[in-house]
Design a protein. Structure first.
Length: 116
């Protein structure tokens, strides 16, 4: 038999914060302050505004601009993974992921045979 877990155990604590005009204005301020780029890797793609101190731990800092940073999806996922207690990826695993990403970026050229 499986364990019944309360759905609230998995609730995103910042979900209520990240709605409404106040958050939208604050998010724009953080993006402008950070130059519309990830503060970790410098990319300008898939930007997310992250709470440095999580809302679940510091709800009083939910709307504090100094507690926000711009991260790309990749850096944000890494930060979240570490906060959740998962270990860093091994160098081999990281190389594998980078190889797969590189393969996805390059289109595969197919040779086409023309019927004569």
């Amino acid at each position: 038999m499986g364990m019944n877990r309360n759905r609230d155990d998995y609730a995103r604590h910042s979900a209520k914060v990240c709605r409404g005009p106040r958050w939208k204005a604050l998010r724009m301020q953080a993006l402008e302050r950070d130059g519309w780029q990830c503060v970790q890797c410098g990319t300008r793609r898939r930007l997310e505004v992250d709470h440095i101190e999580p809302v679940r731990d510091r709800p009083d800092l939910a709307y504090a601009l100094f507690n926000l940073q711009c991260l790309c999806g990749r850096c944000h996922a890494r930060k979240t993974r570490l906060e959740a207690g998962h270990p860093e990826l091994s160098p081999e695993r990281q190389k594998w992921r980078e190889m797969l990403r590189e393969m996805q970026r390059k289109p595969v050229e197919h040779e086409r045979k023309h019927n004569a």
